[in-house]
Ligand binder design. Structure first.
Ligand code: GRF
Length: 201
């Protein structure tokens, strides 16, 4: 299977996928970033993976950008598109094009805390628990069917940074696992749920 990973930044989740994909019937065909300075591009180059920038600042509208992104991605014929810290809201047309074959990881226990600043919001709410969710991407922001979550504690002396680090450790564990399920044909998206081995999750 051919995977294309979309990033905007550090790419630590990309790195976890790079490190795990050797053991899978899969290859990362390309890494695409919307920002030229995304460190994940360097990670891709070190791993010998084609890395490409499609800069959103080069396009006048969201629709034009997403159309350009589709052209770039489809050149690699992806079976799966993996969003790994890709900080862009996607148009319905883009989402529809990759329906059932696009995953995202969001740093909260969805449906809690969609959007940004999730760690600080969990701390401010007095939560003692937080986490991360891998989900299929649908038109609703951070709203598609959840596949797998991991939980972490929030301690009294935590700040957003310490919680984020704890969450990321879990992300690096669960994202490769979910990708493997998809690559192995075990994971599917249905209407409003995800299926693993024919069972609804
Ligand atoms: C991750 O925490 C992910 O949940 C969120 O953005 C972050 C990306 O981190 N969507 P990295 O670029 O993979 O290091």
């Amino acid at each position: 299977k051919r995977i294309v990973v979309l990033i905007s930044g550090s790419g630590s989740n990309l790195q976890a996928l790079i490190d795990s994909v050797h053991q899978q019937h899969a290859q990362i065909a390309a890494v695409v970033a919307n920002k030229a300075n995304a460190y994940g591009l360097t990670r891709a180059e070190h791993a010998g993976i084609p890395a490409q920038v499609v800069a959103n600042t080069d396009y006048a509208s969201r629709e034009e950008y997403d159309a350009a992104l589709i052209r770039a991605l489809d050149a690699y014929q992806p079976d799966l598109v993996v969003l790994a810290g890709f900080m862009r809201i996607l148009t319905p047309g883009f989402v529809a094009h990759y329906a059932g074959r696009m995953l995202n990881i969001h740093p909260s226990l969805l449906p809690k805390y969609t959007g940004l600043h999730t760690h600080q919001r969990a701390i401010d709410a007095g939560d003692t628990e937080h986490g991360t969710s891998v989900h299929f991407v649908t038109e609703e922001l951070d709203g598609g069917p959840v596949v797998l979550q991991a939980r972490v504690p929030i301690f009294e002396d935590d700040d957003a940074e310490s919680v984020a680090a704890r969450v990321q450790q879990q992300e690096h564990r669960i994202y490769p696992l979910v990708v493997k399920w998809f690559v192995d044909g075990r994971l599917k998206m249905a209407e409003d749920s995800a299926w693993l081995d024919g069972q609804t999750l």
